[in-house]
Design a protein around this ligand. Structure first.
Ligand SMILES: Nc1ncnc2c1ncn2[C@@H]1O[C@H](COP(=O)(O)OP(=O)(O)OP(=O)(O)O)[C@@H](O)[C@H]1O
Ligand SMILES: [Mg+2]
Length: 498
């Protein structure tokens, strides 16, 4: 066996009812490398990680750690072996302090009481390693998302950690936070840490990765040195075909001149500015801006999820009275939220019930849900969006992250609204599936709908929008038309430099 390898996965398979999540997968992780794992939604990435960290046990095959068979019975055993994971969903206890979270299972004691002085000093040390400047005694619930992410990492590296696994860590981070995370990874790597990194942002592969492994449909496709492969080739390994462009932009249909949705002088909480813009019929309008530029808050105010302090929302020239999301949906406006788990999806319900959740009238007759109808519609959408599930009777919880996101999309498309507001619609979705979603947006436009997209991925906005407005600190700082789309141009508005 190659002694350069810290982990060697050999012929591992894992089945769930109706799903072959991993099929005879073999791959090696070298000591001290950053190994990026990519693949479409449902390809088996998280399942492989869960095997490494003791949540699942393989049905067949063997994992070796330092050349010896390794089959952790539970997450604790994996931790003791030095394998730590940072999941995209946080596992912090919000009411405990930063220090207590980091040293939760190894609090320093003085006799029988916690040695607070040592606890805070030790915490300050690890916080310095991850570059987080907060008071160790502060409760975690007071931190922002990026800071929580750093606490998770601090927690992982605070005890003997040999392999750090990051499952889609950058989905919620801003560009500067991402580069900070990469700096931390580089430093820890020099100290001998091995990192397994999962991401749907393929450009990150080159920034941080030494090697990349592609999984497709539960199978191992290949491992390459990042210096020897282009994005284009990785994409075709992922999707099993050539993809010429990531973003379909069609000239037809063109937006009509008449405003469909008009926002006039909207005022939202925590901002002293007024927001005004127009969305035309048949248009995809993008909203760009930095994290904290109040894009989500604006969408929520339009949708009635948060209250408005002033201003009007007009649909086809008529003012709407929207006080709650229910009013908004009644007027044909829907919002796909960025936080699919808490706002979009009921994890303990089946896929088909989730799809019809916002349009029960369409599958009911005299108040009774027709389950056959519900099933039929859900099957239509799972085909159209390529939702990977053994059947529509599967619980949403058992779908992979990206496929859950597609179910949320199906739900709102089924509702058949006039205006679709998407907040980070393709976060966590793989390249192939993104493409399918963009095509679907064009079909919706052809029906005369208007689409508003908030995205932190500028390439995505420039790839698919007719027009982009840029938010900065709660105001519309600028508007850019398609022929003028340039990253620099948009960022200048976002940062308000002239
Ligand atoms: N507990 C489970 N029960 C049933 N099926 C499951 C379970 N966990 C995962 N699966 C299925 O196994 C397959 C692989 O899922 P996995 O979560 O590993 O995908 P992934 O590559 O991480 O995808 P994503 O990019 O969307 O996160 C999917 O089809 C998923 O629905
Ligand atoms: Mg996953």
């Amino acid at each position: 066996m190659d002694t350069d390898n810290i982990i060697s996965v050999q012929g591992v398979s894992k089945n769930f009812p109706g799903v072959r999540a991993l099929s005879d997968v073999s791959l090696d992780i070298k000591k001290g490398e950053v190994h990026v794992l990519v693949g479409e939604n449902g390809a088996g990435k998280s399942t492989l990680i869960k095997i490494l960290c003791g949540i699942y046990s393989p049905d067949s095959g063997t994992v070796y750690l330092d050349g010896a068979p390794y089959n952790p019975e539970n997450p604790r055993a994996a931790m003791e072996a030095g394998i730590r994971v940072v999941y995209q969903e946080f596992n912090l206890l919000s009411y405990l302090s930063v220090a207590e979270n980091i040293f939760f299972d190894k609090l320093p004691l003085k006799g029988i009481i916690v040695d607070k002085k040592k606890l805070y000093a030790d915490t300050a040390d690890v916080l310095k390693r991850v570059g987080l400047d907060v008071d160790p005694s502060v409760p975690v619930e007071l931190l922002g998302v990026a800071q929580m992410q750093l606490v998770e990492i601090a927690k992982a590296i605070s005890s003997r950690c040999r392999v750090l696994i990051l499952d889609e860590p950058t989905a919620t981070l801003s560009p500067s936070e991402i580069s900070r995370l990469f700096d931390i990874i580089r430093v820890e790597k020099q100290q001998g840490l091995t990192v397994i990194y999962i991401s749907h942002h393929l450009n990150e592969i080159y920034e941080i990765g030494d090697r990349v492994t592609v999984l497709r449909n539960g199978e191992f496709v290949g491992t390459r040195n990042t210096g020897e492969i282009e994005i284009r080739q990785i994409v075709s390994m992922m999707v099993g075909r050539q993809m010429d462009s990531e973003y379909p932009f069609m000239d037809e249909p063109r937006p009509l001149d008449a405003p469909l949705l008009e926002v006039r002088g909207l005022r939202i909480a925590a901002s002293k500015h007024e927001i005004s813009f127009v969305l035309k019929k048949g248009e995809i309008l993008g909203i760009a801006g930095l994290v904290g530029s109040k894009r989500t808050e604006t969408a929520r105010a339009i949708f009635g999820a948060d209250s408005k302090l002033g201003g009007q929302v007009l649909l086809n020239g008529a003012e709407l009275d929207i006080k709650s999301p229910k009013d908004a949906v009644g007027h044909g406006i829907c919002l796909l939220t960025e936080d699919r788990k808490s706002q979009g999806l009921i994890l303990d319900m089946q896929v088909d019930s989730n799809v019809s959740l916002a349009a029960l009238d369409k599958v009911s007759h005299r108040g009774l849900i027709n389950h056959g109808e519900e099933r039929r519609h859900a099957i239509h959408f799972t085909d159209e969006l390529g939702i990977k599930t053994p059947s529509v009777a599967q619980f949403a919880r058992n779908l992979s992250g990206g496929n859950q996101q597609k179910v949320v999309l199906a739900k709102w498309i089924f509702r058949d609204t006039k205006i679709l507001i998407f907040d980070e619609p393709t976060r966590g979705i793989d390249v192939g599936a993104k493409y399918e979603i963009y095509l679907l947006l064009w079909r919706l436009l052809a029906e005369g709908k208007g689409i508003l997209i908030i995205s932190s991925d500028l390439n995505e906005l420039m790839g698919i929008c007719h027009r982009i407005i840029v938010f900065s600190e709660g105001q519309v700082a600028g508007e850019v038309l398609r022929p003028d789309f340039q990253q620099e141009h948009i960022l200048r508005y976002a940062y308000r430099v002239s």
